[in-house]
Design a binder for this molecule. Structure first.
Ligand code: AMP
Ligand code: MG
Length: 334
């Protein structure tokens, strides 16, 4: 029930996931519904097919989110959608639905940067105020923290993301999608580290050479479990090195891990050790909000809305390459 509090309907649509969620101004997630596109075996997401999936499930997912929240569509105070970064056709499908809802209900529309959504849902659910954030997902590998009005990037991948590395390797190995959890399971049965490229440049990491080498080792007949173990150890250690340096430099009191890859137990273990070493507390986004979801958009949309940050429908174009450090974050002060 609404009971006088502002509520936001958020729509997530950057890649595989079409999500919708209703969140109120106290940060209570009243509903969070999703339907995730699964590409055919051995294939990555084709943007047009992802968009087609979203257009097929979108109306039902939004309806279910409203029903589960016990909120009538006309009680929604603001409609938010993920405007980027992401795949153009997927973004445009979600945007079209969000615009239609805002126009029909005569309610304000807000664009949310998807990466900031991952950060804010993690801050909300862990109640950690001012962390150094490590965002690891299909679309991001970014070390960031809030400074002077924006999230600033202290390190990132120079090429593919951590999620991409795991998913692409899994695909090459004929494993099901998403690859991350499957690689994690197989890694537990690994017993030997196979040498792979370790590339950290300044505070940035590079994973494409690691992927190429791992695929080569696979073709040469290396044991899959050992390769999964080795990929994780190399990839996570590289990120840990960059994170440790950023934590030492920024002197933040807390380290917060968020995004889909934050579900990985070994990564959590390594990042916890980094935080301990630097005297920072360690936090991880709850599993149900780790991957892409409507709640990250609904909550961040509400934060923008409360600071008057709305967009006219005719100007609400999507931004497939929208970087998180281009976005003003007025709710953090300063
Ligand atoms: P997102 O883009 O935030 O939805 O995150 C999706 C990414 O998280 C995909 O690349 C998945 O393979 C990855 N992922 C999900 N669970 C795990 C896991 N347990 N270990 C590693 N990666 C994971
Ligand atoms: Mg994501």
């Amino acid at each position: 029930m609404k009971a006088g509090k502002l509520v936001c309907l958020g729509i997530e649509c950057t890649a595989h996931t079409f999500g919708a969620s209703v969140v109120n101004e106290d940060g209570e997630v009243l509903s969070d519904v999703k339907d995730v596109y699964k590409p055919p075996p051995g294939k990555g997401i084709h943007p047009r097919e992802g968009a087609q999936h979203h257009s097929q499930v979108g109306a039902r997912v939004v309806k279910e989110a409203l029903e589960r929240a016990g909120v009538n569509a006309y009680e929604v105070d603001v409609v938010a959608f993920s405007a980027g970064p992401g795949l153009g056709p997927c973004l445009r499908t979600g945007a079209t639905l969000a615009r239609a809802m805002a126009a029909l209900l005569n309610k304000p529309l807000v664009r949310v940067n998807h990466a900031i959504g991952h950060i804010e849902i993690a801050r909300l659910t862990t109640r950690v105020e001012d962390p150094l954030v490590v965002l690891v997902s299909g679309g991001h590998t970014t070390i960031t923290t809030f400074v002077d009005g924006r999230y600033r990037v202290y390190g990132e991948t120079l090429d593919i993301t951590l999620g991409n590395l795991l998913d692409s390797f899994a695909r090459e190995a004929g494993l099901p999608s998403p690859g991350g959890p499957v690689v994690e399971d197989l890694a537990k049965k690994g017993s030997k580290i196979i040498e792979l490229p370790y590339v950290v440049k300044g505070n940035d990491v590079s994973y494409s050479g690691l992927l190429t080498a791992a695929i080569e080792r696979l073709r040469e007949g290396a044991r899959l479990e050992d390769l999964c173990l080795s990929i994780q150890e190399y990839a996570f250690s590289m990120l840990a090195e960059a994170t440790e340096r950023a934590l030492a430099f920024t002197e933040k009191p807390a380290l917060l891990l968020t995004g889909g890859v934050a579900a990985n137990e070994r990564l959590k273990e390594i990042m916890r050790a980094v935080a301990d070493e630097q005297g920072a507390s360690f936090h991880v986004v709850p599993l149900k909000y780790a991957g892409d979801c409507g709640a990250q958009i609904a909550w961040t949309g509400l934060l923008h809305f409360k600071h008057g940050d709305v967009v006219a429908i005719e100007e609400s174009f999507v931004k497939p390459r929208w970087r998180l450090d281009e976005v003003d974050v007025p709710w953090r002060g300063g």
